[in-house]
Design a protein. Sequence first.
Length: 76
Amino acid sequence: MDFLNRELFAGWTVLQVGGGLLGLIVVGSILGRLRGRGEKIAFAKKKCRGCGWEGPGGPQTKKCAKCGAPLYTVGR
């Protein structure tokens, strides 16, 4: 534990500098989420196995809205 109390520069210890950096990371993460830099949903072209419908669908879209048959991703 002597390592954490070692002075780095100008009276700042390893513990204080580490705590400050951790605080900056947490605040930056919170501000990033508030600004909307979160996860983006990537839509892909999907096709229905039953009725042949084609159109955009997200990763959660598993079944056709028209007939209820399974969808699959077309190309990439």
